[in-house]
Design a protein around this ligand. Structure first.
Ligand code: UDP
Length: 240
């Protein structure tokens, strides 16, 4: 799968369909893959943190999660045309798991959130096999590894926030008999209904950031980083 380099971070050029096909192939071949969602905030963090940069660049699939990534690709005359959000990718993989009988594990978020998320996913995907859950505040490392391996999961969604979840995945990939690892941030909170996502028209218009800003005004400081990101893109000479 081709990638475009955006301020030092490689981002996959793909569609949901191609991604689904590639991941299905990985599971069939029992190949280990690691999916990260890239947004401008992560790119800026990684510019100042070589370790994070290396880690993000090791991902098998780096999906263009933020609308800022699409603008950046457009400005640099790249090929990334539409977002693949972390939560939509997770949703697509749950559909795939349900169709093909792949086993799914949920790790992260608060205990009540993860339990509710499991119920919601089972309501939506009648055939899905969720073979285990562990909340993100469990401290017993050995217990976590043992439970995941005993579950024989094919796909694990890790919701510990970023970059904690990416670090956790890199540290545990070899020890776990799981094929697909995806870091999903606050997705369990959204799936459980704890946090509401923007209406579809806002998502489609690339205005999800505005909805989140209205809901949580203190996000303004996080979102101002998008302006800095676009400045850096415009003034960096390198073409993709
Ligand atoms: N979280 C966790 N364990 C921790 C820290 C965070 O399980 O030690 C969970 C937290 O409960 C929340 C998610 O990680 O469900 C973080 O979501 P956030 O929206 O902050 O992630 P982002 O995508 O912004 O990195």
């Amino acid at each position: 799968m081709t990638k475009e380099n955006i301020l030092g971070i490689d981002v996959s050029v793909t569609s949901y369909e191609d991604l689904k096909e590639a991941i299905n192939e990985d599971i069939e071949k029992k190949k280990k893959s690691f999916i990260v969602a890239i947004n401008p905030e992560k790119v800026l963090k990684a510019r100042k943190n070589q370790e994070l940069k290396d880690l993000l660049n090791k991902a098998s699939y780096a999906i263009p999660d933020g609308v800022g990534i699409i603008y950046a690709s457009k400005i640099k005359k790249g090929q990334i045309k539409s977002r693949i959000t972390g939560i939509d990718c997770m949703d697509m993989l749950c559909g795939l798991a349900s169709d093909k009988g792949y086993k799914v594990f949920l790790y992260g978020a608060k205990k009540e959130v993860i339990e509710k998320a499991k119920i919601k996913l089972e309501e939506k995907y009648k055939q899905i096999k969720i073979v285990g859950t562990i909340d993100g505040y469990e401290k017993d490392e050995e217990k976590i590894v043992k439970q995941i391996n005993e579950s024989k999961a094919d796909i694990i969604f890790v919701a510990l926030g970023s970059p904690k979840q990416e670090n956790w995945i890199m540290e545990h990939m070899e020890k776990l008999n799981v094929s697909i690892f995806q870091g999903v941030g606050g997705s369990f909170d959204v799936i459980s209904g704890n946090i509401k996502r923007a209406p579809l028209w806002m998502q489609k218009a690339g205005l999800e950031w505005l909805y989140r800003l209205i809901k949580e005004p203190k996000r303004i400081f996080r979102q101002l980083k998008l302006v800095k990101f676009l400045f850096l893109i415009i003034f960096s000479k390198k073409e993709i």
